[in-house]
Design a protein around this ligand. Structure first.
Ligand SMILES: [Fe+2]
Length: 288
């Protein structure tokens, strides 16, 4: 049976920031939208809280429980580790996340037609805001995707971004992000889903790092902040989410923004990508 015949629909939300920045009216609009449409899975790209407090995690958990009860994959963000509680930050930075949200910091989700790997990109001991991906996490991806049947969508989820947004704001990529992209490309990863930047962008890894597989870029779908007042750049004071449809031949990403006048999320752009490699995009003579 071909598992990719039926399109898969994913909802991608991120940077909820429960605590002072959380916008309840926007959060309710996102819930209405999520519950009004069919989803096969929901991806939450981290920063569930503003300051990793118990009450903030509990509010985030209650919110997640009100989302459609379909498979969910959640990863932590840098705001889910304490910033000022230094001893906790050093000793057990994701204690409350594990206790209240999920024990699994690097979750894997298999749904019909897709395998999704979540990576904990937080770096509480080495960075304030930026993240990192360890080699063992790439090895884990290697193990999972090397056992994944051809044809299933392969998706990596992390809070931090592997490629910069194409605007003029300064954001540091994670260290060694090119190494990670190269591994993902070797593993035929279709798409990377990220958050952290508080503004959406939808693009292709080849624009950031052509690497050795210039006939096979990885789709990058960054999600803005879905429910907080912390939007940046083109999404300053804005909120957004993405809806993703994966079929056998194509991946389509619809970018939704919240409009206060109508109190709802509405689609503002649609981005379509052909899945898999594009044969002969590079002359054979130039291949290694
Ligand atoms: Fe954030």
């Amino acid at each position: 049976m071909d598992n990719t015949e039926k399109p898969i629909r994913l909802l991608q939300i991120s940077d909820l920031h429960f605590g002072p920045p959380y916008l309840e009216q926007v959060g309710e609009a996102a819930l209405r939208m999520a519950n009004a449409q069919h989803q096969d899975a929901i991806i939450i790209n981290g920063d569930l809280t503003q300051r990793a407090k118990r009450s903030q995690f509990e509010a985030a958990k209650q919110y997640i429980e009100r989302l459609p009860q379909v498979p969910q994959l959640v990863v932590p963000g840098n705001h889910d580790v304490p910033l000022y509680r230094v001893i906790e930050r050093l000793r057990d930075p994701l204690r409350l996340y594990r206790e209240i949200i999920s024990q699994e910091l690097n979750p894997m989700l298999k749904i019909e037609g897709a395998v999704i790997v979540g990576l904990d990109s937080t770096a509480p001991r080495t960075a304030i805001s930026n993240g990192r991906i360890f080699k063992w996490q790439l090895d884990m991806c290697d193990q999972v995707f090397s056992e994944t049947p051809v044809g299933l969508a392969r998706i990596v989820v992390a809070h931090h971004h592997f490629a910069p947004a194409p605007d003029h704001l300064r954001d540091s990529n994670m260290p060694h992000s090119k190494r990670a992209i190269e591994r993902f490309s070797d593993l035929h990863v279709d798409m990377i889903l990220g958050g952290h930047l508080h503004r959406a962008f939808i693009g292709n890894s080849l624009d950031f790092y052509p690497g050795v597989h210039r006939d096979r870029g990885i789709i990058i779908a960054q999600c803005g902040t879905t429910t907080s007042r912390r939007g940046r750049g083109r999404e300053q004071e804005k909120n957004s989410l993405n809806q993703i449809e994966i079929s056998k031949a194509m991946i389509a990403i619809e970018h939704f923004m919240y409009f206060q006048e109508r109190d709802e999320f509405e689609m503002v752009s649609r981005h379509s990508f052909r899945r898999g490699s594009i044969p002969n995009a590079i002359p054979v003579s130039q291949r290694e």
